[in-house]
Structures are given as C-alpha cells and as structure tokens.
Design a protein around this ligand. Structure first.
Ligand code: SF4
Length: 390
C-alpha cells in the first residue's frame, strides 16, 4: 500500500486502475469525497474573519494585519522567524494559524533552471504539483525573449474527476478538493522565489468543480497578494453553469476553455464532460463570458496526432467559434502539442500538422499561437509527476 493512503482509498485506486487496463471509460466525478479536510489556515480566512479569529485566540486584533504583512506581502510562511512577534507567541501562532499544508517532496528543474516543477505532499498523503515558468530571463536563452515575467501553474484538486482519457491525472481519478489555503500556499511558495506576474489554474484538477475554494483563493491573490485579476487564468473543460457564475463575480480573470475538439462526436470521447455540456453550449457560455467581462477567452486545444489535428478540424473549430454571429475577435486559440503520458496511445502531432492547424485558424481571422510546452524534459504533462509517485 502507498504511504499515507487508507485501505478504502487503495481499493478505489485499484478499481480505477482496473478500469483503465480494461480500456473502459472512467466515470465522471463531480462531488469530491468528503474526507481528509486540511486544518484551518490563515489563508482560509476572508479579510473580515481575521481580526475575530485573532481575538478569539486571545491576541490583540492588530496582529491580524501583521500576519497579513508577513504571509501575503512578504511571502514569509514561518511565524517562528517573525521577529516583530514576541518569541513566546510564535509557536502558538504557527500552530493555530499556519499549520503546514504542503510538504515539498520533489523539485525538478529544466530550461536552465527557469522551469521549476514542485511535487507537494498534502497533510493526508495526497500529492499535487505546481510549475513555475520564468520568461525573458537574461542569459537564459531557453526562457525566451521579451519582458521578464513569471507564470505559476497551480493545482486545484488532488486528482481530477473529469476522466479525460489522454491525461495522467484524469486516469488516477479524484482524491479530493483542495482547500483555499492549499491553493494559496502554492502561490505564496512561488512568490517567495520570484515576483509572479501570472497564475494559471492548469495543474491537477478541474478548477470549476472546486468553485468556492478557487474563488476564495483568487480573491486572496488579488486582494491580499496584489496580483492583477487579469493575470489570473481559470481553466475549465466546460462546466457551463460555473462559467456563467464566474461571469457574475465582478473579477476580470481570464477564462480558458479546454475544448480539444470542435465536434461533439470526437469530444464526447476525448473530454467526457461533453456528454453533459455540448460543444455549442460551452462555446456560447464562453462567448457570454466575453460579452459580460470584456475579457478575451482562451481556447486550449491539445493537438493529438491523427485524432484531432486535421486541417478540416481546424476549419470546423473556426466555424464553431465564429458561428451565430460571434465573429473572431472574442477568442484566442492555444493549440498545445500533447505531452504524452508514458504507455499512452495518444501522442503529439507532427510539426507540419500543428503549423497547418494554426494556418487554417488564422485564415479565418482567429488568433492562434502554439503554446510552448515548457518543462517537457521533466514530465511536463499535467499530473504526470504525481501519477508516477502515487
Ligand atoms: S485534462 Fe484536465 S480536466 Fe481532463 S482529466 Fe486531466 S486534469 Fe482533469
């Protein structure tokens, strides 16, 4: 049995493995198992909850802003090092408000150290990962040119219930939702290394299936850490009601929809949530998000060799995006060469097919850029590192 996994979890994992080996589709799982709730952490508290929590712990209310300053503004996570806090209080503050939520298990670097992938173990043994990618770093040609910036890709769930057959995380099933603090902790840990410009919810999990925690985390990032909402991207495979809800939040975050196929027939098998919300519904909801927020929507499209990468499918994608009078200006397509999971039959497209795909979209006036696949040499496919360790 894997360290930290209960007998029932192991049985479920074995059942999922058997499903995969038998080539059967996994079930979609929307409701995360209610177990292993992490301890409450400072980052779980909304601003109006902090002073009351501090006074309930017998401390003067002003300590709340002191904690905010250390944790959010200085990315300092260990109260034992906070010298403006009386030495006799530090251990209690650490235990009450800053319990360790993420333990670093493995760090892999690539691209001359400008891509850093961290595997974290949660308090209950589950594994998640985050990837930090720096761009435009002087003397590091693989980090690219242009303005210096840093993007952090974070996980929103341990595992994922969306069962996409080409994805290592999806094949492992959903273990549980992350708490708001477990999400924020990934951001604070990266913020201690570099100044972040962007955060993308494109690690493990379907963010919209853990909606209240990701929204609480987004608010901490914007209101407390000081990131621009425009620099935060929330991705989804197409949970239409949640896309609609996101549009009402008054936060101009970027929406990224992982479409991966323009036709229901193929998408039903590639992205099983499509059996609930069809391509037309997902695209319409994404367009309404653009209309409400003014934010251009990203369409993610993993290019899989001879599966969804034909030029005629690029034309079909253009049809679906621009249909119903929507035009082309509301959307940006990011074709991503699939980073194959070991042992999987799915593999990346040929370069010439990638280029042809983009050309066909551009010919219809649709902006499309092939997304770079940073960190390929360190098991860059989403969820792959955690899947190996499980
Ligand atoms: S591709 Fe994304 S949504 Fe699909 S199973 Fe993997 S992590 Fe979940």
């Amino acid at each position: 049995m894997t360290e930290g996994i209960s007998a029932s979890e192991q049985a479920r994992a074995d059942e999922l493995d058997a499903h995969v080996r038998a080539g059967r589709a996994l079930p979609l799982v929307f409701d995360a198992p209610r177990r292993g709730k992490p301890p409450r952490h400072w980052a779980d508290l909304a601003p109006d909850e902090r002073r009351p929590a501090v006074t309930a712990a017998g401390l003067p209310g002003f300590r709340a802003s002191q904690f905010d300053e250390h944790y959010y503004r200085q990315a300092s996570t260990d109260p034992l090092t906070w010298t403006d806090l009386p030495a006799g209080l530090r251990a209690d503050v650490a235990a009450t408000f800053f319990p360790p939520l993420l333990r670093e298990v493995q760090v892999q670097t690539a691209d001359e150290g400008t891509t850093v992938k961290t595997l974290w173990r949660l308090h209950d043994g589950n594994l998640v990962e985050s990837v930090l990618m720096e761009y435009g770093v002087p003397d590091k040609p693989t980090s690219g040119t242009g303005r210096r910036r840093a993007t952090l890709c974070i996980s929103s769930q341990a595992g994922c219930g969306m069962a996409c057959p080409f994805c290592a995380t999806g094949q492992g099933g959903l273990q549980r939702n992350l708490s708001a603090a477990e999400i924020v902790e990934q951001v604070v840990a990266a913020g201690a290394r570099v100044r972040l410009s962007n955060v993308v919810f494109m690690g493990m999990g379907e963010p919209m299936a853990n909606y209240s925690a990701i929204m609480a985390a987004v608010r901490r990032m914007v209101d407390d850490i000081g990131l621009s909402a425009r620099g935060i991207t929330v991705s989804t495979v197409g949970l239409v009601p949640r896309i609609e809800k996101l549009a009402t939040e008054g936060l101009p975050v970027t929406l990224a929809v992982s479409l991966h196929a323009p036709d229901d027939e193929l998408r039903d098998s590639l992205v099983p949530i499509n059996t609930r919300f069809k391509v037309g519904q997902v695209v319409e909801a994404a367009y309404r998000y653009f209309e409400t927020t003014g934010r251009r929507v990203s369409i993610e499209y993993a290019l899989i060799r001879d599966v969804n990468d034909q030029s005629w499918r690029a034309d079909a994608l253009a049809d679906v995006l621009t249909g119903s009078g929507r035009g082309a200006g509301w959307v940006h397509v990011n074709p991503i060469p699939l980073n194959p999971t070991p042992g999987s039959k799915w593999t990346a497209s040929r370069r010439r097919d990638e280029l042809a795909f983009v050309r066909h979209l551009n010919a219809r006036g649709i902006a499309a850029t092939i997304r770079d696949t940073r960190g390929q040499e360190i098991d860059g496919a989403c969820g792959q590192l955690a899947a190996q360790q499980r």
